[in-house]
Structure formats: C-alpha cells, structure tokens
Ligand binder design. Structure first.
Ligand code: COA
Length: 310
C-alpha cells in the first residue's frame, strides 16, 4: 500500500509589520475595534508572492532533506499571483532550481488544503515528492481606504513537502467543495482591490466550516472527540468560535496566529501549522484537522494522522 505524509515545513514573512495603531492613521478605525471584532493585532506586508513562496519552499525542502531534483511537482495556492499570466508556480520552480511541473491553485483561502489533497492524489499516481505552498501578497490588492476590508489582510507564505511512504499514509479523510452562487460576496475584479460583504461572508464561512468538517469526519469514520488538534483558516476569531460552538472543538486545541498575521488567505493554514509544530503542539500520532474556507465560496478539509517527528 502506498500513502503519503508531510515530511517538511517552512514559512516566510515580509519584515514590515503594520499594526492596528498604524491603520488608525489611514482609516476611521481603532485597535480596540479591530481586536474585538476580528482578533487581529498586526499583519506583515510587502514582497512578491513568488519570493515569499520560494523562501517558504526552500525551508520546507531543507526540513524534508529534499534535493531540488527530487521534487516532482509544485502546487502553489495563491489569490495574489505575481501576474495574471503566467502563473506564479513556474517562477517558484525556477527560483528553487526544480525540474518539474508547476501549477497555481486559485481556491482563495481554501487553496492550500486543496493543494494538500491534490498532492496526495498525485502521489497515488506515482509521484514521490510534491511541494505544496500557500503564498500571498494581498497588500497589493487591498484598499487601505476601506475599513471593511483594509483591516483584515496580510502577506506571507507557508510550505510543506508531501512525500510518498509505505502504508496508508496520513490522510484519513478529506472534503473539497464550492458554491459559485456566492462569488459576489468576496471578489476582486482584474486590476482592482478586494470587495466584500463581511456579514454574509461571516455567515457562509461558519456554515462551510461545519459542513466540511462533518464531511471529512464521516469519510474518516471519526467524531469531533477523536480530533486532537485543529488548524482553521485564520480569518476572524469570532468565525472560529461560532463554528466551534456547533462542532464541539475548543480554542485550547486550536492553533491561531491571526493576532500577528491577519488573514493571509491561502498562506494562513500552513503558517499556523508551522507555528503549532514549532511550539510542540502537534505530536506524532495526533489527529489533526486542517480546515479552509474562502472566496468562491470554496471550502476544504483534511484530517491527517500526523506521522513526522516534530
Ligand atoms: N473600524 C471601526 N468601525 C467599523 C469598522 C472598522 N474597521 N468596520 C465597520 N465598522 C463599524 C460599522 O460602520 C458599523 O457601524 P454602525 O453600527 O454605526 O453602522 C459597526 O462598526 C458594525 O459593523 P459591522 O459591519 O456590523 O461589523 P461586523 O461585526 O460584521 O464586523 C467584519 C465586520 C468585516 C470584521 C466581519 O463582518 C467579518 O469579519 N466578516 C468576515 C470577513 C472575512 O473573514 N473575510 C475573509 C473570509 S476568507
């Protein structure tokens, strides 16, 4: 039996930090309002998506002891590609000196989980190592005169190496879904900034998290009580709290980095995963739920039986 598991991980954050107090100078808002309504305190901004992605990818490959010639595919989840065309994944492939296929995934904030599941499928087809990256430079498409969106987003990247292994591997259950009827509640037209109906996004996000978690749990034959650790998309702490009330998870078993990163879309889950691993919050044998939702609407969940030494 051939499975797959995550063997390496890494991140990249641009050095510039914009605090809520910095935003008070740009728009009619306060640190207190942003913290209470979202849980965000600061966000990193700057850099190009490809550079952030390559740096995170380099670290993940180092951790996995993966040489450039051993990577069979780059999957780059991003909502803020360097250019409309070509894709940004080939630039990352070139920056890392890889010799393989390279594909952008545009599934907004669910993109990295879509990539993780897709990597598992490619490994079933015979590939050995897939580099899965979530990277964003959302500050390039954020309107800092709009207090409804300008407070939320940040830049950064997180990457993982997914590698073939003997046995069933780590993926116990998964779910991917979308509902394009909600594309108008969060979108950016070409050359324009992000527009959002915040209240409706909030409502749909909570629904999507509950529905997707239940679908992945059903596939895995598990209940919420079996999950040791949860890493949700980092959009708003209140969205997470609302979904957890229905699902029965606690904030103690949840990794949140939102306070210092803001919403980094497809980078947010691998950024939080790296943080959980760096702080010893995930151990070998833990069942970890990775849960994304975002514009589209899209949603995706993966339940992994964590197998790497941390
Ligand atoms: N600073 C200060 N006041 C603000 C503000 C800001 N940045 N943004 C809105 N307000 C004001 C509003 O004008 C309104 O004032 P009023 O009562 O006088 O009319 C009041 O605060 C409440 O606004 P409301 O829009 O009801 O706030 P909210 O609790 O819904 O929070 C969001 C707004 C955007 C934080 C929230 O809807 C949200 O997080 N939605 C999901 C967004 C998201 O996660 N998007 C990405 C998904 S991947």
């Amino acid at each position: 039996m051939r499975g797959a598991r995550i063997t390496g991980w890494g991140i990249a954050m641009p050095p510039e930090v914009v605090t809520n107090f910095d935003l008070e100078d740009k728009m009619d808002t306060t640190d207190q309002w942003i913290r209470e309504r979202t849980g965000i305190g600061a966000r990193h901004v700057g850099g190009m998506t490809s550079d952030l992605a390559a740096e995170a990818g380099r670290q993940a490959m180092k951790k996995a002891d993966a040489t450039p010639d051993s990577i069979d595919m780059v999957l780059l989840a991003t909502t803020s590609p360097d250019q409309t065309c070509p894709g940004t994944a080939p630039t990352v492939q070139d920056e890392l000196g890889l010799d393989c296929g390279a594909l952008d995934i545009q599934a907004a904030c669910s993109g990295w989980v879509y990539g993780l599941i897709t990597a598992h499928a490619f490994i079933q087809m015979g590939m050995n190592k897939v580099l899965v990256i979530g990277a964003e430079s959302l500050s390039r498409i954020t309107d800092y005169t709009d207090r409804g969106t300008g407070i939320l987003f940040g830049d950064g990247a997180g990457a993982t190496v997914v590698e073939a292994c003997e046995g069933p591997g780590e993926l116990l259950g998964w779910d991917m879904g979308s509902d394009g009827a909600y594309s108008h509640i969060l979108y950016a037209d070409p050359g324009d900034t992000l527009k959002m109906d915040g209240k409706e996004v909030f409502r749909q996000a909570v629904k999507a998290m509950i529905r997707s978690t239940n679908a992945a749990l059903d596939m895995a034959g598990l209940t919420p009580d079996d999950i040791d650790h949860v890493i949700p998309h980092q959009a708003n702490i209140r969205i997470v709290e609302s979904a957890w009330k229905k699902l029965g998870f606690t904030l103690e078993q949840t990794t949140m980095v939102l306070e210092r990163t803001g919403n980094t879309s497809s980078a947010s889950i691998p950024l939080a995963l790296n943080d959980a691993l760096a702080h010893g919050r995930i151990k070998k044998g833990d069942k970890v739920l990775l849960l994304g939702f975002g514009a589209g609407m899209t949603w995706a969940s993966a339940i992994v039986d964590w197998q790497a030494e941390t």
